[in-house]
Each structure stands twice: as C-alpha cells, then as structure tokens.
Design a protein around this ligand. Structure first.
Ligand code: ARG
Length: 472
C-alpha cells in the first residue's frame, strides 16, 4: 500500500516532477516532535470519543513515544517519498504498531489543521529560544554601557557632530530597541497561543472530538474560534516574520555602527581577534565581518516577510497548497538569527573602546553650540535670538579655525553683550553632558537610572524566555 495519505481515488501515483515539487519533508521535518506530541493529544480525544479502546490508546501512545525516540536518535528517517512530515510519521507509526491501530489515528483531523498547529507550536517555542539569544546580547550591551557611562563621545545627527553624549547612553539605545522586539514577541505569542485542532480540513469534525482538551494538553491557551479561519490563517507567521525582520534591522543598525567605530577614520573601537577576520591578500587587515553579516542578513529577513504577505494576498479560502510556502522562510529566519545573535553577543562583549579618542573629538565640530544658545536663554534672551547668537559664535570660531571654547572673552563680548565670560561654564564636554539630566537624557545620573530600568526589563524577558510552552 502507498504511504501517501490520499491514494484511494487515483489510478497512478504522481509523476516524479510532481512529487519533487510537492515534497516538503526536507524542510518540514523540524515539525516532527510537535506533530508527535499533537498525535498523542489527538489519540486521547479519540479515546474519550469512544473511537479508540484503552488498549489501543496505550499501544498508540507507546508507539508514538518509540517513534519520537527513534526520530530523535536518527533511527527513523523521513524519505523524499514521504512527501511531508505528517505522512512520514504516519508511516513510522504504522511500521511500529501495525496498520490496525496505527491506521486509526488520522480520524477527525486533517493535515490542514495539523500543520497549522505544528507550526504555531514550533514558532512559540522558537520565539523563546530567540528571545534568550536576544537577552544575552542585551546583557552584553548593558555591561559595556555601564562601563562607559562617564565616557563622553560625540553624538551625531545627519552623521555630523551634534551634541556630546555619554557613550554608555549611546550603547544602551541598542538594548532598548531589542527590548521592543521582545515585547513584540510576547504580544504576538498571545495571538499565536490558540490551537487550530478540531478544524479538520476546514469545517470541524463530526466525531465528537474535544479541541479544548487537545489545546490544553499541548500547552495552548485556547482554541481558534472559526475552523475555516483556523486552517487558512497565517497571520501568526507573517507577524513572526515581521518581528524577526525588525530584529534583523536593529542588528543591522548596530552592525553598521560597529563598522563605523572600527574604521580607521573613527578609530573608536577595536575588535577582538576572535570576532573579526583577515584578508586573503592584505596581511594588515582586520575586518568587522560579524557586523557586516548582521547588516547583510537583514536583507533575507526582510525578504521573508514580503514573500509571506505576497503568498497570502488574494489567496482564496480555506486551505490551498500555496500555504506550504509558509515554512521555509520562517525556518530560515529563525536559523539565521540563531547564527547571528550569539556572534553579535561575542563581538559586543569583547569590543575595546578608545575613550580618550572619543573624549577628544566630543567637542569638535562646534558640538557645544546648543549649550551656548541654552545658556543665553537662561540670561533671558528669547531662543530665536539665542540661536542666532550661538550661530555667530560658530561663524567666528570657524573663521579663525578654532573650537568654541578657544574664543576669547573679547570675541564673545563683541558678538553679544549677554555673552559674558561665565558662558565658559557650559563650554566643557562634561558640563554639557551633565546638564542634560532629563529622565531620558544623556547626563550620567540619568543614564545610570536608565540602565537600572533596562536591566530589570531584560531579566523579565529572560523569565519569559525560560518558560517553554510546548513540551516535546
Ligand atoms: N505539507 C502541507 C503544508 O505544509 C501539509 C498540508 C497539506 N494539505 C493538503 N490539503 N494537501 O501545507
């Protein structure tokens, strides 16, 4: 008998090219442990519905456990002829316990509700594994940030010197962006935590099964409300892909920053040998490949969201085979991030910063001009005028090829009478940074409080990541 799940009405098997096109087992095998867990839960509701005797249930559960064990050890291997993971595992079960009992498992379910359930389980667990990689990276960033709270650096807008900032503040911003990615995973998880089991092919089942019991046993929070939606919805995949794409974009922006900092022109950061590579022709080179790959790999992560949305757009209801295209992209996104995140963590944890160089360039480019304007405002001058006055200081300094703090008392006084020698109190990098003490500002006192808050948030994420909803 054919191992296909649908041979009855066909006089012949599929042609080779058809079978090759159709096969998904080479990528959907990652779902095997979830499919087996789901089969156990399904067997139990078949028993409750009177469709499996107690003995048959026991045989089925034991057979599925053996199959899980053999699959894990590589003793049971899916083949190309199996078409997909569901077919392969049914073959494995029948080989283990025979067709009499093994052939009863499929009653009341379809690969349509099965695959959607498996994929939700796989993604919900994967979100935790990824979150824990992200938490490791956040911790590495926050340790570096804490070490550099009191180290001034130029802050940029338009890639031009803007205002001096605490370098710890600059580093920590990346941890905050990653926190939003983790919040998105947690929010997504609430919607993904519904089991489509019981939807059958699309209309539910006449076999008096109990989808609520299946959902509970599998670690879901509930059941999808509408069986047609249950087998055709892939929002949970599209959303997951968006979250991973945005996470990829955040890693790419961090990567770009490291590339800049490690360049000779900046000279702010030195990469550890273990987290950089050389050139095959230029012996002196030390390249920031981790950071570059972070930039590069965001491309495929972004592409995968686009691909999924394009598959879904205009797709008729309910299940269509197009939906099989939901898996490769999301598996690739997960695997890509599992490669990238630990490398980013290693690179960030071992970066060495030249704090003297950052400090020396912090006031350059007239970065203290805003401090002059705000000081003049405090002397009662309207900001509109204060901006002009500080601008005139920049013009004067630029004309003489000097920085703002090198202007003489006479030069200041000639620009505006409000510019008394006391203006020098704000013309230091440390003074400028310390004065920006808003709750989110760059003053070391503010940054220290921000880091403490971020640390608490990250440890909450670590707790979320540690609780794996689907035991397999
Ligand atoms: N391998 C299929 C997929 O991933 C499983 C569902 C097949 N359903 C069907 N009606 N042919 O979508």
């Amino acid at each position: 008998m054919s191992q296909r799940l649908w041979g009855g009405r066909f006089a012949s098997g599929p042609s080779e090219a058809m079978a090759n096109l159709s096969a998904s087992v080479h990528f959907d095998w990652v779902l095997a442990p979830y499919d087996i867990a789901q089969s156990k839960a399904h067997a139990r509701v078949l028993h409750t519905a009177g469709l499996l005797s107690a003995d048959e249930l026991q045989t089925m559960i034991d057979g599925l456990s053996t199959l899980a064990d053999k699959s894990q050890k590589g003793e049971f291997i899916a083949t190309h002829a199996d078409e997909d993971v569901h077919t392969a595992l049914e073959r494995g079960l029948i080989e283990t316990i025979g067709p009499e009992v093994g052939g009863k498992l499929r009653a009341g379910r379809s690969r349509n509700d099965q695959v959607s359930t498996d994929l939700r389980m796989y993604l919900r667990n994967s979100a935790r594994y990824l979150a824990s990689d992200v938490v490791d990276l956040q911790k590495a960033i926050l340790v570096q940030a804490a070490a550099h709270v009191d180290h001034p650096a130029p802050g940029f807008t338009h890639l031009q010197h803007a205002q001096p900032v605490s370098f710890g503040h600059e580093l920590a911003k990346h941890a905050h962006a990653l926190s939003r990615d983790l919040e998105r995973f947690i929010d997504w998880d609430d919607r993904a935590a519904k089991s489509p089991m019981g939807s059958g092919a699309l209309a539910g089942s006449s076999l008096k099964l109990d989808p609520v019991a299946v959902a509970k046993e599998l670690g879901f929070n509930g059941v999808v409300e509408n069986s047609i939606d249950g087998v055709s919805d892939r929002d949970f995949v599209a959303e997951f892909l968006f979250i991973t794409a945005l996470l990829g974009v955040h890693l790419s922006r961090l990567g770009e920053e490291v590339c800049l900092w490690a360049s000779r022109e900046f000279g702010w950061a030195t990469l550890d040998d273990a987290w950089s590579t050389g050139s095959s022709i230029m012996p002196q080179k030390k390249n920031p490949d981790v950071a570059e790959l972070a930039r590069g790999k965001s491309g495929r992560l972004i592409g995968h969201v686009t691909a999924m949305l394009t598959v879904l757009k205009g797709l008729p209801f309910a299940y269509n085979r197009d939906l099989q295209e939901d898996k490769e992209s999301v598996i690739d996104s997960i695997e890509t991030l599992h490669l990238l995140l630990p490398a980013m963590t290693g690179m960030m944890a071992t970066l060495k910063f030249d704090t003297d160089k950052m400090l020396a360039s912090a006031p350059e480019g007239f970065a203290l001009a805003t401090d002059i304007a705000e000081w003049v405002v405090q002397q009662g001058v309207p900001f509109r005028e204060a901006h002009e006055i500080a601008g005139a200081c920049v013009r004067e300094a630029e004309a003489h090829g000097i920085e703002l703090d090198a202007l003489s008392d006479e030069q200041f006084a000639a620009i505006h009478p409000a510019l008394t020698p006391e203006v020098r109190t704000v013309l230091t990098v440390e003074g400028s940074i310390a004065s920006r003490s808003t709750v989110n500002g760059t003053a070391p006192s503010s940054v220290r409080a921000q880091l403490a808050g971020a640390g608490i948030v990250v440890s909450d994420f670590a707790k979320w990541a540690a609780h794996i909803p689907h035991a397999v």
